[in-house]
Write a protein that binds this ligand. Structure first.
Ligand code: SF4
Length: 405
């Protein structure tokens, strides 16, 4: 027997699919694979509506039994099982238990380790994004314990445990982001400083834990007393890095084929606003980014992003969902870079939008869900994001500090 910890944040416990009310339904625009059992269940269903849609729209892929067929969409790019009321006809006619694992599981994600299981959900579902951002206590974690029998513990024994060092870094990172401040970017910068410190001590927390803890307390005090860690003036180097980051995100993220066009359209607006090719000099570029910074400040103070938990919950979600820093602590700065890039991109997409339209909850949720669809649902994602960062950072992951603030 073994005690196994199960962790569920509040947003996972509260989630309910909103179906027809959804801002961007998951039943459109991407590959929905059907495994062999479900494929035959649909084809042979007594309900003739389901069986005839299955005959017309399940295309065999011959990629093994888990990806036995794929649903071909109708002329509007929608799943053909969705009815005129935007409801799933499989669920309505055959019941929830008849859904394919892909449809039944989405947007849930479970990470299993030797001693714990962590439940999460993907932000590509706008309802998940709404719960995470706008429920003040969405990231509160509920822990329970399971007593597992020997057969299961044998299986679990094959899974990787989370090292103590990873767990300690995770806790420090969590607390630095959670600390109450007037500007969440100060929290991000504090975390950057802490990661740099960990690199200096070569992640040797076994022997240098007390020193690391003392440094963490120093950073926490800075955050609590309002001592700013951000650089006051953007340098020419930071402006050039921001242009490079946006160009790379445009080609590797925004242009990626997807279920919706929100990020692609938002990116086009950012490019048109900056209009870098037509700018006379660096000062003109500086003014453009100053306008974006001013818009972002206004959004953080007066829009639906203004409540202190909104952006904080977003970053806490990032830390929880990736189980930052993961199993390989030496990649911690690279993982942090990705977190900063996401934040940086959302800031620029929403700030430029706010020049022409109101940034309200639906707009924020569609932007976040669209970006998550492009950055969380791809087997080549890690490769693509690493390539993107290599193109942005010119060999120095520390450059991400120039993207904050
Ligand atoms: S994206 Fe989420 S809320 Fe929308 S239909 Fe899919 S599961 Fe339901």
């Amino acid at each position: 027997m073994q005690i196994h910890k199960v962790i569920k944040p509040a947003f996972v416990e509260r989630f309910k699919c909103v179906g027809a009310e959804c801002l961007i339904s998951c039943c459109q625009g991407w590959n929905i694979f059907i495994e062999k059992k479900t494929h035959h269940r649909y084809l042979n269903a007594d309900n003739t509506q389901i069986s005839s849609i299955a005959k017309a729209h399940l295309r065999p892929t011959r990629k093994g039994k888990n990806h036995y067929s794929v649903i071909t969409f109708d002329t509007q790019g929608q799943c053909p099982f969705i009815d005129e009321n935007k409801l799933c006809s499989v669920q309505r006619e055959l019941g929830e238990q008849a859904l394919s694992p892909t449809c039944a599981i989405y947007p849930r994600i479970t990470r299993r380790y030797a001693d714990e299981t962590r439940h999460s959900m993907t932000l590509s579902c706008p309802e998940v994004a709404r719960l995470v951002l706008f429920d003040a206590d969405s990231m509160m974690q509920h822990e329970s314990e399971q007593l597992l029998a020997n057969a299961k513990t044998n299986l679990i024994g094959q899974r990787q445990p989370v090292s103590q060092v990873s767990q300690v870094i995770h806790l420090f990172a969590w607390n630095l982001i959670q600390a109450q401040t007037h500007n969440i970017e100060e929290n991000l910068m504090a975390l950057a400083h802490f990661i740099l410190y960990l690199q200096r001590i070569e992640f040797n927390l076994h022997q240098r834990f007390d020193e690391a803890q003392a440094y963490y307390h120093l950073l926490l005090t800075d955050l609590q007393t309002g001592e700013s860690l951000l650089t006051a003036q953007p340098s020419a180097q930071s402006l050039a890095l921001k242009v490079r980051a946006l160009a790379v995100l445009g080609s590797l993220v925004a242009n990626d084929a997807s279920r919706d066009g929100y990020v692609t359209q938002g990116h086009r607006q950012v490019a048109e606003f900056l209009n870098v090719a037509e700018l006379q000099d660096g000062a003109a570029l500086g003014e453009k980014f100053a306008t974006i910074d001013a818009q972002w400040l206004t959004l953080r103070q007066t829009s639906c992003l203004a409540a202190p938990h909104v952006l904080r919950n977003y970053l806490l979600y990032k830390i929880y969902h990736s189980h930052f820093p993961g199993t390989d602590v030496t990649t911690v700065m690279r993982q942090f870079y990705r977190m900063v890039l996401d934040y940086f991109y959302i800031k620029h997409l929403l700030s430029v939008k706010s020049l022409t339209e109101e940034v309200d909850q639906p707009l924020v949720l569609k932007t976040l869900a669209s970006l998550a669809e492009k950055t969380l649902h791809s087997s080549t994602l890690d490769q693509r994001m690493n390539k993107a960062i290599d193109m942005i950072n010119a060999g120095d992951d520390l450059s991400c500090l120039l993207l904050i603030g």
